[in-house]
Design a protein around this ligand. Structure first.
Ligand code: GLN
Length: 491
């Protein structure tokens, strides 16, 4: 098993191994471990082996390899894949086979990535533990009695367990960064607009952003470099030039001299698990020792981040999910003979009651409430105003610092069934991640250490919009020190 695409490419080019052998090894690992982890909803092994043959032909002809050539990927089931079932973790889309692929998938294909299958997630990406999936929970490879996090939980678990070298996830309020922290992988959410959302099942369109999970920082940037850039199919995608981060990573000399790293006062005042604090403090020291100047910044409105996020995200979700009506596509409730004459409204209600799970229904109800007349100004509008203010507080902070270090979550991975009955507690879990989405900023989780209970602990770096290069430098500095990719769970 590999821990980086570069190592894989070195071996492929030196003909130490063929692409087909590599893919076969990953398939064997999935067959061995996935019964314990429940990551894969749909496997695409035949297609993967065929693609590997093409890679091997390219190598034998001495052709140039793409940035992701031959890299085995798992893909969160939020990404539409032409001809391959795409469920979003929901009964509503249990049998949905998209007639087209997401822009992300097309660009991954163009860069040579090989898809091993579609992986589990919280239903419609709503959740922080993978427990809201219609296909049952996935489990944490470091301790299967714990959740892998969510909503891209199986993306993180499949990478940590070496069932795939990289994975694609989506992050609306932390869904790439939090599972990366729980499973000990890198998880990178780019700036909102870097990556096209075309063909990604919509949760909350002003917050959703796709990004990778990987073992190494450079791989995460390799993936984002391959999938970023303007897409005519998504008018929120940015036409900003995409930097050559792979070259930047190679030429980074390890020094942060002249850089300023911030920590957020309001986060520093928040109670977190002692080992989360330890991971944070160790990381701050590493950045400081590399030459960065440490500064305190203040984002006073961050304390309202979770409230604002759960109003904005549920409002957008209520609107986005109205398309699942049992008429156009997706699940349709059976109508017994006696009910054949039922009204259209009753038919919708029946379909949506059966097709959606509890958490999704809760979000739709909350969102429709916040959007309804009489409450719109007090809830939805107000939350949009506070959102803008949070963004401007971050803008002020980034006048003083180049990037910010913060925890990802107040705890390590929690137990399966421990919080799923307490939605408020689950929501509060997102305190350290949601404001990054509200402000459209890039954020990355870097794994740092194993806590005394054997579970990984990561930290988060946050930068200004389109300034992912600073994240790269900070993240590489941490990775060079902690080398968490050398730790392998025994699952
Ligand atoms: N945990 C958050 C939620 O449930 C974030 C989910 C996400 O980023 N997709 O909404």
């Amino acid at each position: 098993m590999y821990s980086s695409i570069q190592n894989l490419h070195d071996d492929l080019k030196a003909k130490k191994v063929s692409s087909k052998e590599v893919i076969q090894n990953y398939i064997t690992k999935i067959e061995e471990s996935d019964s314990k982890l429940n990551c894969f909803i749909t496997k695409t092994f035949d297609q993967a082996l065929k693609q590997a043959e093409v890679v091997d032909q390219k190598i034998s002809k001495g052709e140039e390899l793409g940035l992701l050539e031959g890299a085995p990927f798992s893909i969160k089931d939020m990404f539409c894949t032409k001809g391959v079932r795409t469920t979003a973790g929901s009964r509503m889309l249990e049998n949905f086979i998209p007639p087209y692929s997401s822009t992300v998938n097309k660009r991954l294909d163009a860069a040579g990535a090989i898809m091993l299958g579609k992986v589990n997630q919280d239903e419609f990406a709503m959740g922080s533990s993978n427990e809201t999936s219609y296909f049952g929970p996935s489990f944490n490879p470091w301790d299967v009695s714990k959740v892998p996090g969510g909503s891209s939980g199986a993306s993180a678990a499949s990478v940590a367990a070496r069932m795939s070298l990289c994975s694609m996830g989506t992050d609306t309020g932390g869904s790439i960064r939090q599972p990366a922290h729980f499973c000990g992988t890198v998880g990178f959410k780019p700036t909102y607009g870097r990556v096209s959302r075309y063909g990604v099942v919509a949760f909350a369109s002003s917050l959703d952003q796709a990004g990778p999970l990987s073992l190494r920082v450079e791989d995460a940037f390799r993936v984002v470099q391959s999938i970023s850039g303007k897409d005519m199919m998504d008018n929120t995608s940015s036409d900003k030039a995409v930097p050559d981060w792979v070259s930047e990573a190679k030429s980074f000399n390890g020094s942060l001299k002249g850089k300023r790293v911030g920590f957020i006062k309001e986060y520093a005042e928040t109670d977190v698990d002692p080992e989360i604090k330890e991971a944070f403090e160790k990381s701050l020291k590493v950045l400081k020792d590399a030459g960065a100047e440490v500064k305190e910044v203040s984002i006073p409105l961050i304390k309202h981040g979770v409230s604002v996020y759960y109003l904005v995200a549920t409002s957008e979700a209520a609107s986005n999910l109205s398309r699942y009506d049992g008429v156009r596509y997706g699940f349709r409730a059976e109508v017994e003979d006696a009910a054949k004459g039922m009204s259209l409204d009753d038919f919708y209600a029946k379909t949506r009651s059966q097709g959606f799970g509890e958490e999704v229904k809760r979000r739709i109800l909350l969102g429709n409430f916040a959007l309804s007349s009489g409450y719109y100004d007090a809830y939805y509008n107000k939350s949009c105003q506070v959102r803008r203010m949070i963004k401007s507080e971050y803008e002020t902070a980034f006048k003083d610092v180049d990037f910010i270090l913060s925890p990802v979550s107040a705890t390590q991975a929690f137990g399966v069934n421990e919080r799923v009955q307490d939605p408020l507690k689950m929501f509060l879990n997102d305190f350290f991640t949601v404001s990054v989405n509200l402000a459209g900023l890039p954020g990355i989780t870097v794994p740092v250490m194993k806590a005394s209970n054997g579970l990984p602990c990561g930290v988060q770096l946050i930068a200004n919009q389109y300034d992912e290069s600073h994240l790269l430098q900070g993240a590489l500095t941490l990775e060079n020190e902690f080398k968490f990719y050398e730790e392998v769970p025994s699952v």
